[in-house]
Design a protein around this ligand. Structure first.
Ligand SMILES: [Zn+2]
Length: 136
């Protein structure tokens, strides 16, 4: 029996890697970045150890129903928060050329070319005028 067959047989009936586990691995890596600033912090080290234990437990678990329930709850939460973080990443990527401002009348977020100073902008959605200040 080849190694891959053995591996497939071992994971048969187990949860394996799902979206929640990928999220937990990303969290683990983020905590790993923190260790650069808080070297040998016992709380951080304990947290990372517990996180690894949880990831392994979830991957090897045979209680598929419970694991799928957790995964569904995580997915629902992620669908809600992901658009916000995607917007922040886009803001950072375009920081040299554009600024994002919310229209005070209709709350829509406008992507404006980066021109320093104060100026009046007309919202393309509601047509109202408002002042925009871009300091840098
Ligand atoms: Zn508007």
């Amino acid at each position: 029996m080849s190694f891959m067959e053995r591996l497939a047989r071992f994971f048969y009936g187990r949860n394996g890697m799902d979206r929640l586990n990928v999220g937990l691995i990303v969290l683990y890596l983020l905590l790993g970045v923190l260790t650069v600033f808080f070297r040998r912090n016992p709380v951080l080290q304990l947290l990372m150890l517990l996180l690894i234990a949880l990831i392994i437990f979830r991957a090897l678990s045979r209680n598929l129903e419970a694991r799928q329930r957790e995964n569904a709850r995580f997915s629902a939460w992620w669908e809600r928060v992901a658009p916000f973080w995607k917007r922040q990443v886009r803001r950072l990527r375009e920081i040299k050329t554009h600024r994002y401002r919310k229209c005070p009348h209709c709350r829509v977020i406008l992507r404006l070319p980066r021109k320093r100073g104060t100026r009046t902008v007309r919202c393309p959605k509601c047509g109202e005028l408002f002042k925009v200040h871009i300091p840098f």
